[in-house]
Ligand binder design. Structure first.
Ligand SMILES: [Zn+2]
Length: 219
């Protein structure tokens, strides 16, 4: 939804949300443009609706980008421009929490930038970045890339790098992260996650909100 203030980044599991993903002409949230936007709506952990459209970026798509996402100039000639596609996506998402992989550093920057250009407002939906969530929940994993996480949890990663397929894979990964999250103990004082730490007298559990919260518990 359009708003004057950006939404907050959350680190939690919720059962109702919209997963979204963009394919773009490149990696720069300053100068690149969207060529595809897809989303799935999830209620109670189940996909109930999906949205997907190619986007005409009104510029040539670089070969390297087409190589990654398989989207070429001739595929987007008749597609809507992003001002139209983004409006449709925002109607689809309403005020639901947005979920996506690496969206804090990437996708949110694109859609907030373009919403500001088109309508003078930003995107007010709160959002959850499964890339960042994965680093918190699975700190021992060396890779937190979406396809890697899908395989780690035993899901197929085929069809990766087209937006709708990535949304569906991301939805499975988020549900699995939610399961993992429910196993991590929480601080009885402030509800933040407890983390294993190494102290002078061996490992202990400490609040992840340290130094704001100093709760600790012996392992
Ligand atoms: Zn605490």
């Amino acid at each position: 939804m359009l708003a004057s203030q950006p939404g907050k980044k959350l680190d939690c599991y919720i059962a109702d949300y919209v997963v979204f993903d963009l394919e773009t002409t490149g990696c720069s949230a300053k100068s690149d443009a969207v060529v595809e936007i897809s989303a799935v709506k999830v209620i109670n952990g189940q996909i109930v609706d999906e949205f997907s459209t190619l986007v005409n970026p009104e510029r040539p798509i670089p070969e390297q980008a087409s190589y990654v996402n398989g989207i070429t100039d001739d595929m987007v000639i008749d597609a809507p421009i992003f001002q139209v596609a983004l409006r449709e996506f925002l109607d689809f998402a309403g005020d639901m929490v947005l979920v996506g992989h690496n969206i804090h550093a990437f996708d949110m920057k694109f859609i907030c930038r373009d919403a500001l250009n088109f309508w003078g407002q930003t995107i007010g939906n709160d959002y959850i970045d499964t890339y960042q969530l994965s680093k918190v929940i699975l700190p021992d994993l060396t890779c937190h890339q979406l396809g890697f996480l899908a395989e780690y949890f035993g899901f197929s990663s085929s069809g990766a790098h087209r937006a709708l397929a990535d949304c569906k894979m991301n939805q499975h990964v988020y549900e699995a992260l939610g399961q993992e999250l429910s196993k991590i103990p929480r601080c009885p004082k402030c509800e933040n996650l407890l983390k294993k730490r190494e102290g002078k007298f061996g490992p202990f559990l400490g609040c992840s909100a340290f130094p704001n919260c100093r709760y600790t518990r012996d392992l």
